[in-house]
Design a protein around this ligand. Structure first.
Ligand code: SF4
Length: 179
């Protein structure tokens, strides 16, 4: 890949998603070992980083649903050469965006009043709860995305094909699935 070191730095990121896309990534199984020889894994949802590191490729699961997601993806975009929307929630909003049909007040009421049994009431004041955006948005609506891997979730084979093409210097866009 242009401008990349011999071992590109690969990160994965989890925004508003169910973690199913990461599970699919883990389904690469033994191919993860092969991948580990070809990339440096520099960040994932289990990494305890204070600041997102510089990355050559970042796979993003999930849509942009709250103010923390928005701030995070903007920083990640600045620090990533190739940003990839991984899965339908990142690509279109998908399941995460179902709440766009309702007013935020109704969503909060449902979560914190109607369905709460122990502690009820919408968090406010010093409660550390990210603010919901007025609308859940696919990643490319808020930052530039270089490639898209659709699917709910995309299969491990699809993720593998994508990464291998990228690492071998072929443009995944030549495969109509990722353009
Ligand atoms: Fe989960 Fe599907 Fe969304 Fe991936 S695309 S985060 S599997 S709902």
């Amino acid at each position: 890949m242009d401008g990349m070191s011999t071992k590109p730095r690969l990160a994965t990121l989890w925004l508003g998603g169910c973690s199913g896309c990461h599970m699919s990534f883990l389904d690469l199984d033994e191919r993860l070992i092969e991948l580990a020889g070809r990339v440096e894994f520099c960040a994932c949802p289990l990494t305890d980083y204070k600041d997102f590191p510089e990355a050559d490729i970042t796979l993003v699961e999930g849509a942009v649903a709250n103010d923390e997601h928005l701030e995070h993806i903007q920083k990640v975009r600045q620090r990533t050469k190739l940003l990839v929307s991984l899965g339908d929630c990142a690509v279109t909003g998908n399941v995460t965006a179902l709440r766009n049909m309702f007013a935020i007040e109704d969503v909060l009421d449902r979560a914190y009043r109607e369905n709460a049994t122990v502690v009820t009431g919408i968090p406010s004041g010093n409660a550390v709860v990210p603010l919901l955006l007025a609308r859940v948005r696919p990643v490319h609506e808020v930052v530039k995305v270089d490639y898209f891997i659709p699917g709910c979730p995309p299969s491990a084979d699809t993720i593998h094909s994508f990464l291998v093409a990228l690492l071998e210097g072929r443009s995944p866009a030549q495969d109509g699935r990722f353009g």
